[in-house]
Design a protein around this ligand. Structure first.
Ligand SMILES: [Zn+2]
Ligand SMILES: [Zn+2]
Length: 368
């Protein structure tokens, strides 16, 4: 079938919305008409990768309505409303033990471009292959072909354009707290970076009952939003000695820290500000060549821990976790709408621009 997709023809190029061909849903596939999709920094990171086979279609925070299902699909039927998340195999030890965010086949399932076993492609442009099914989706398009495991059925009264970013950014920030860190009520927690992931971590830390919630960023307007969302203290990194400020607020060091910037220097600060027995979780994407240094003796004497977290985090199934996040949203405890700025599909390049310069915290592109 013919669909419209935002094609990137080269690394760091502008998107151009063009008609491409999409294969019929194969066994286990679900065809979803996209209503809205978030734009995530990972889309921009991969857009910057010169090694990719071009053209490519990105987007991995899609939400929409099921149009058709392939053979063997029993989870959804046409007309169902769905959010989408990354693909996982369901068969490896991590999937089987309830942590599909760490699927051993993650790369093959999410970054292989959508080629079928016979070498054919699900997405083509003028008969030539298009790199697609990116992170299980390629939702910068009118339609997505997703695996059954990537789709999460949601109630029809929910606003898809509000909840689309639960598929990656919101889930990643909240998952780092609610599943990977599981902070003790009454503890202190520092979030570095007041973007979509960091502010989601903040909202989740408030739900967890942390009593000191400190947010660090360089942009005053983001720190104001952090206060509105429940931060008890904010530190402007452009004006302050961040570790000194955090030590003063926490009386020596934080119980937990979350790095949601993706900068090695900030990761080092997130480790440095930990108090005795503290845990830092690194969530920001720092690029393949990045490295972070810390003093092991300091870490040992503190009994501190450094963890990584992506997507739903440890011991969590996105399907159940996204349902949990939707409950919090309905209760007003996860007001994700405060992070969003909407764009029409034709304005996707403006959304990319605003994500780069930080003026939009979480751009959402509407397809209708
Ligand atoms: Zn797996
Ligand atoms: Zn993402």
């Amino acid at each position: 079938m013919k669909i419209h997709a935002a094609l990137a023809h080269a690394s760091n190029s502008q998107f151009s919305i063009e008609e491409i061909d999409l294969a019929e849903p194969g066994p286990g596939d679900v065809l979803v008409r996209v209503v809205a999709t978030g734009l995530c920094h990972t889309d921009l990171t991969v857009l910057a990768n010169p090694a990719l086979p071009w053209p490519a279609v990105f987007g991995h925070e899609g939400a929409g309505i099921v149009e058709k299902v392939g053979a063997g699909v029993s989870k959804v039927v046409p007309g169902d409303h769905v959010l989408m998340s990354t693909a996982s195999c369901g068969k490896c030890p991590k999937c089987l033990s309830g942590s599909p965010s760490y699927c051993s086949n993650f790369r093959a399932m999410n970054m292989s471009g959508g080629r079928c076993a016979d070498g054919s492609c699900t997405h083509t442009h003028n008969g030539k292959p298009v790199f697609a099914r990116f992170l299980g989706q390629s939702s910068f398009a009118s339609h997505v072909l997703a695996g059954e495991r990537s789709v999460i059925k949601v109630a029809q009264d929910l606003p898809l354009e509000t909840l689309a970013p639960l598929g990656c950014g919101i889930q990643t920030g909240a998952g780092a707290i609610l599943n990977t860190l599981r902070p003790r009520p009454g503890s202190s927690l520092v979030v570095f970076g007041a973007g979509g992931v960091g502010l989601s971590a903040l909202m989740a830390a408030k739900i967890s009952g942390c009593s000191k919630l400190i947010v660090v960023d360089k942009v005053a307007s983001r720190l104001e939003l952090a206060l509105e969302l429940g931060a008890t203290h904010v530190v402007n990194a452009a004006e302050s000695d961040v570790p000194a400020a955090i030590r003063e607020i926490t009386g020596g060091g934080a119980d937990y820290s979350v790095e949601a910037v993706g900068a090695p220097k900030v990761m080092e600060q997130a480790i440095d500000v930990l108090g005795q027995g503290g845990t830092a979780v690194l969530v920001g994407m720092a690029g393949a060549e990045a490295s972070v240094s810390f003093n092991p003796i300091v870490l040992q004497n503190k009994g501190a821990t450094i963890k990584g977290s992506i997507m739903a985090g440890e011991n969590s199934l996105p399907e159940l976790f996204i349902g949990q996040l939707i409950d919090y949203w309905r209760q007003g405890r996860l007001p994700v709408e405060k992070l969003l700025r909407y764009y029409d599909f034709k304005d996707i390049n403006q959304a990319v621009h605003d994500a780069h310069d930080g003026s939009a915290i979480k751009p959402v592109i509407r397809m209708l």
